[in-house]
Design a protein. Structure first.
Ligand SMILES: Cc1ncc(COP(=O)(O)O)c(C=O)c1O
Length: 392
């Protein structure tokens, strides 16, 4: 029986302990597993008998999490990794080798950008960076050796939306796979599988954890692909610890509620910011002023819980806001219970040249708000007291 997503997040893959009946899955905090005899050890290593061997090669907590995420995203199989970046690396390594070509949207997460520029290009994997919101650019970038197109939608920081079905159409004509980083929306708000995406990945550090206490990644796709990706992950050692998988399984049980609340807060805050005299512009997919509002409404069931906005006072106003909020917490990341705020120009991207900032669409007065589950009025009052104090 297939239930609705909210029910699957609570029940989903069976987690009750068969030995004791414990409702909460035990943490299999073990590095290795005992064999009955040498023959059993041999059978397991040869793959003739299923069962655990060693936690880098598989562990009940990580396995159940991978399976549950696959079910939620609508794919055959899933696996987990020690970070979201390990998930991105895993997908690239499982789709392309030296001599191959991949296409990546120009506004991916900074870590993904640096992975590609500083590491992947040195492995003789050709990379094209395009604005995938413009499908012509994707079509133009396709080559005979293109193996994969990687996109994030909405993309940081302007929350640009990419037409997943449009990208899939083009990529599949050239036999390339499409991977969507669904970190910002989660299956609660967007199912890339519906639009034909072959692979979905997550930084599970964000909404899946939800409590700011785990760094982890998820990759889901067809069985054969995950088998290949999993083998690579075991070779490179991109394994997730059992306790972290357990925390994520717990996080999933409340994810629908957390996403719903933080996104209700986000809509109200985005609408309020749009009317505020100190604000130049607000970026949020479910605001009618968003240039791709129609596409966002079609492709997503919610606007998500990340808002970007530009302050009229520019760089100094951004710094002032950071130093004067009392409830919003100055930290990077998103998808947590706590609302996190950051000013890229003076914080995460402080070392970048003006030119590089422009390329990354980061203006001096841009602020990113990752909305949490607090009472919305407290958040609005906190932002307002800091915004009105600025006398630039
Ligand atoms: C969209 C997106 N993808 C991937 C990552 C990388 O994830 P992690 O920090 O868990 O390695 C992040 C991190 O912020 C992200 O926002």
């Amino acid at each position: 029986m297939k239930y609705r997503l909210e029910t699957e997040m609570v029940h989903g893959v069976h987690q009750t302990d068969p030995h004791t009946g414990a409702l909460s899955m035990p943490i299999y905090q073990t590095s290795t597993f005992v064999f009955k005899d040498s023959e059993q050890g041999a059978r397991r290593f040869k793959g003739e008998e299923s069962g655990y061997i060693y936690s880098r090669l598989g562990n009940p907590n990580t396995d159940v999490l991978g399976e549950k995420m696959a079910k939620l995203e609508g794919y055959e199989a899933g696996m987990v990794t020690g970070s979201g970046m390990a998930a991105v690396s895993n997908v690239i390594f499982a789709t392309a080798q030296a001599g191959d070509h991949i296409i990546i949207d120009d506004t991916v997460y900074g870590g993904t950008h640096y992975l590609v520029e500083d590491e992947i290009r040195h492995l003789s994997i050709e990379v094209s960076r395009v604005d995938a919101a413009d499908l012509n650019q994707v079509a133009k970038a396709m080559q005979k050796n293109t193996k994969m197109v990687l996109i994030e939608t909405p993309a940081n920081p302007t929350l640009k939306i990419i037409d997943i079905a449009g990208v899939v159409d083009i990529a599949h004509q050239g036999n390339a796979l499409v991977c969507v980083d669904n970190t910002f929306l989660t299956p609660c708000n967007q199912l890339p599988k519906k639009y034909g995406a072959d692979i979905v990945l997550h930084s599970a550090t964000k909404f899946i954890s939800g409590h700011g206490d785990v760094v982890a990644g998820v990759v889901v796709g067809q069985k054969d692909f995950i088998k290949k990706a999993f083998k690579i992950a075991t070779h490179y050692g991109w394994t997730l610890a059992p306790f972290n998988a357990w925390l994520l399984l717990r996080g999933l049980k409340t994810m629908a509620l957390r996403v719903e609340r933080s996104q209700e807060n986000s809509v109200q805050i985005a609408q309020w910011l749009e009317k505020h005299h100190a604000i130049e512009r607000v970026y949020y997919p479910f605001l009618e002023s968003h240039p791709q509002y129609e596409l966002a409404r079609r492709q997503q069931t919610g606007g998500g819980a990340v808002i970007a906005f530009e302050l009229k006072g520019g760089y100094e106003a951004g710094k002032f806001l950071m130093n004067n909020v009392k409830l919003c917490t100055l930290a990077v990341s998103l998808g947590d219970c706590d609302t996190l705020i950051q000013h890229p120009a003076s914080m995460t991207h402080a070392g970048m040249s003006e030119e590089a900032l422009k390329e990354a669409f980061i203006t001096p007065g841009m602020v990113r708000l990752a909305v949490g589950i607090e009472h919305v009025q407290d958040l609005i009052e906190d932002l307002d007291q800091a915004l009105v104090k600025y006398r630039g």
